[in-house]
Design a protein around this ligand. Sequence first.
Ligand code: NI
Length: 394
Amino acid sequence: MRDKVLGMSSDLKEKVTDIRRKIHQNPELSFKEYETSKFVQNELERIGVSFQTGIAGTGVVGLIQGKNPESKVVALRADMDALPIQEENDISYKSKNTGVMHACGHDVHTACLLGSAEVLNSLREEFNGTVKLIFQPGEERLPGGASLMIKDGVLKNPSPTGIIGQHVYPELPVGKIGIRSGMYMASCDELHVEIIGKGGHAALPHLCIDPVLIASQIVVALQQVVSRNGNPATPSVLSFGKVEANGATNILPDKVKLAGTFRTFDEDWRMRAHQLMKEMATGIAISMGGQCNFDIGVGYPFLSNDQRISETFRNSALELLGSENVVDLDLRMTAEDFAYFAQEIPGCFYRLGVAASENEKAPGLHTSTFNVDESALEVGMALMAFSCVKELSH
Ligand code: NI
């Protein structure tokens, strides 16, 4: 099986590279993946895989039935959306859509899964069970395509007993993959804080209620929630990346807006922290004569990789790629909506190395110059297919 998967993936390398470039050139924003969805459907049709459309809007779900299709079902997931970034790469397949770019590698994920689908469909007489292919919309935007697909019943009829997803990783060279069993990625919430004071001449602060000073106190004070109320053994991070105060050297504004993110790895603590931050911010504003509206956009939950399925996956990766190419990952404070799937059924989310070499890291995710070494496509498609067959036979 190993050699067959590797051989077929090698044969499909050029085709999948072409697919990736087409998707890269025509990126679409979250929940607007209309052409990408159609493209995926056409490819599945060409391969001869049956599929359903319209799940969470542009989502596509394919089914590949092996022998005894009812014996076990395993899902493989790829996301299809791009980001609102203007591409600055000078490449032949540069984004044609102004201000939109596949800067998070979802083009790679979708292309790899189509390649895996072709491999698995050719091998369907050689494994037991059913493969569910999930092409999801809107990973980059709340409420997350995964949660909407689950609401639309993607984990039913038939119900998978496990799910595997991959994400490109610029910090690892091509040929290597990373995996972490258990807690892996953080929950992620958006904080939108509005501080209302009373503007006026900056030289006459006693006649004003200065929202800039209130906001400054709040930004500093809220760090105490993380450092004094949170259990130090549970990683948490609070960052405010946006502070909007449209006054001037001699004008105090009427209000200030803050926007930030709170991330952690414990659901109870997460909800308690929300409450504490609200109370502290409101209390500070009131004590200084102002007001505070504190809104929290509750985002993705934390992502925990199931121990059992991750172990099976790790063994598959070791067999396919060799022990020198399977790396243990650290916790990450970034978030992924794959977490919704992993909350419902045992999940395994791993990282695909895409840097040209050990010393030459790829440009960062979500930057205008992000790109991958395309030899990663062969590794990604082979590993998704191979680990799926192994999981089916577990
Ligand atoms: Ni991504």
